[in-house]
Design a protein around this ligand. Structure first.
Ligand code: FES
Length: 172
């Protein structure tokens, strides 16, 4: 999907129209040196066009084969993923904080809802470019408040990892 050897994957972002999403994805990829094929962008945009007006009931579970996500192979890895039906159409970060422990948290800023930026490098903080709030890339804990107002920790989703199957189960 995203051709990159870094521990961070940008899968998607919320934009108002498919064309602006395409433009943003290409711009974002270009700005951090990623290559995304036209087919990949089409797939990503299609993923953004799911019905976001019908929220998923709390308690719904989603599964992810961690073995299919190279960025999560090692402790300290983080991946930004759009999981259809989870988090109202906003991507979530999946952070591997220990061999068998993951933290899943929203990329929607808790201040005013902007989508935060992925960490610039492994271990770097997550920054919201709207008003400057800063969050830990391990668990989304707020580390710096925005320029005005206040932010809280990014919304977390419970998860459980089966080390035998390599399946991470995330609960909405
Ligand atoms: S929306 Fe993120 S700091 Fe304001």
């Amino acid at each position: 999907m995203v051709e990159d050897s870094s521990p961070i994957t940008i899968v998607s972002t919320l934009m108002s129209t498919p064309s602006s999403r395409r433009h943003f994805l290409r711009s974002a990829a270009a700005s951090i040196g990623l290559a995304i094929s036209a087919a990949s962008v089409a797939t990503l945009v299609a993923g953004c066009e799911t019905d976001e007006s019908n929220p998923t009931p709390s308690g719904t579970t989603f599964t992810l084969d961690v073995a299919s996500v190279p960025e999560l192979a090692a402790v300290g890895g983080i991946s930004l993923r759009l999981i259809t039906g989870l988090n109202d159409g906003t991507p979530v970060f999946i952070s591997r904080i220990a061999q068998n422990t993951f933290v899943v948290f929203s990329s929607a800023c808790s201040h005013a809802g902007c989508e935060v930026n992925p960490p610039a490098a492994a271990g770097a903080d997550i920054i919201c470019s709207c008003h400057g709030a800063q969050f830990a890339s391990t668990d989304g804990a707020v580390k710096r408040q925005p320029n005005s107002g206040s932010a809280t920790d990014l919304k977390r989703f419970p998860s459980a990892f089966n080390s035998t199957t390599n399946i991470l189960t995330i609960t909405a």
